[in-house]
Design a binder for this molecule. Sequence first.
Ligand code: NOJ
Length: 530
Amino acid sequence: MTEWWKKSTVYQIYPRSFMDSNGDGIGDIQGIIQKLDYLSELGVDILWLSPVYDSPNDDNGYDIRDYYKIMNEFGTMTDFDELLNQVHARGMKLVMDLVVNHTSDEHAWFSDHPDFYIWRDQPTNWRSFFGGLAWDFHEERNQYYLHLFSKKQPDLNWENPELRNAVYQMMRWWLDKGVDGFRMDVINMISKDPQMKDAPNGDGSSQFMNGPNVHTYLKEMNKQVLSQYDIVTVGESPGTTPKEARDYTAAQNQELNMIFTFEHMDLDQASGEKWDLKPLDLIDLKENLEKWQHGLHDEGWNSLYWNNHDQPRIVSRFGNDQQWRVESAKMLATCLHFMQGTPYIYQGEELGMTNVKFGSIAAYKDIETLNMYKEKQQAGVSHDDIMKKIYTKGRDNARTPMQWSDEENGGFSTGTPWIQVNPNYTEINALKYRDPNSIFQYYKKLIALRKNMDIITYGDFTLLHREDEELFAYRRSWQDETLTVYCNFSSKSKRITRLEGKKIIGNYPRHTDEDEWVLKPYEAMVYYQQ
Ligand code: NOJ
């Protein structure tokens, strides 16, 4: 099977916030179908859908009640089949979210197959990712069950072969339908150390991240399911190093095609807690990405991303969402898309959508944010300090509706959106996506370049100007070609030495034969030489 996913670009859709076709304020499958031509014009190869399965929505679909049913608000299985056909008709592929570390507590398994879950007479002190203890008491059973996420998301017991078979059967059902792969939710957490012990500060992660049998299970899944189809797989894997990532993704290991690292997303936090804010040090980012570029160059494969539905918007985070919004959005895209790996674009990134600041906590919807607010408030943290954390890191930053136009609700819905639209939709929206200077058109160029230039897929990576705190520069080399990428992460002008070769892309229209070269604020440019 060819490794087509090495030259592909993925676009992530968070269906709830993408496009509402029936005016109920919630995005849906027919809404996605309406926008397929827009996505096809962007040139992306693969669409990844965040969960569309039946769910009580404690965690917006990441708590699945029925893997074989589409969430009512999103439509029906007939709508889904139409979507799949329409995606394929445009030469694109469709990847589903696979959430099998846990289900909803409303899944029939929770009552009919309690042995599919993890029970203990005594809980450990582990804290859940969404706050509070990771165990909840079940009256009838008189035992505690483990839930690494909300208490409505009980963890599945992968030690049970019957559970594993039920999961594989479900995966085959979707693949037989024709879906083109899976993005696997926290897949590196499916194997828990059976000893389960109390952990310092309640952080049990060393006992469930990359646990004792995770590779055995993934090899089994690969043998029984994945290897039977021509598909792509990407595993969400917090707390994974490049060495572990190689174990998951090296072709000969027959597990996954690639994983999502989180190391670069954790650089702007001061401790293990994401809410513990700290400004990014660009040198940390450069060295971290360099480590992953080298670590997975010969073996394994990287995924490349700045955004997803759990992360704040990158232009507000590592760029400048005020004066230099357009420039910095393009610069960040350049910096990422010339690296080795498969790039992921999150809905709205191609428009330079930004973080949001709702005045009241009541406007927020995300369980993680709301639980954190309560906990911090109880701990005596001021409202303003908590809101600052939410503005910077809250997941709802990524979940405000897509800004399609300057009409009411940004053209997302004719009803009342389930979460408010970012008020900047009047200015930031997709109306002018065909403007040659738009961020959309810039992404389109980047996607096309990747298809046409093998060096982007295969070249090696050398970090340049390591010590520079504002410049992210690197070289890719392959056979007798080189690409030199210069990205100014600051609003200052920066003098550089002349680059040789031909400029293939940049976010400012300039640089001819000047002797002195100066990078403008957030300027990015790429030179090609043969
Ligand atoms: C990771 C998902 O991306 C996130 O949105 C979700 O809350 C957790 N896993 C739990 O499923």
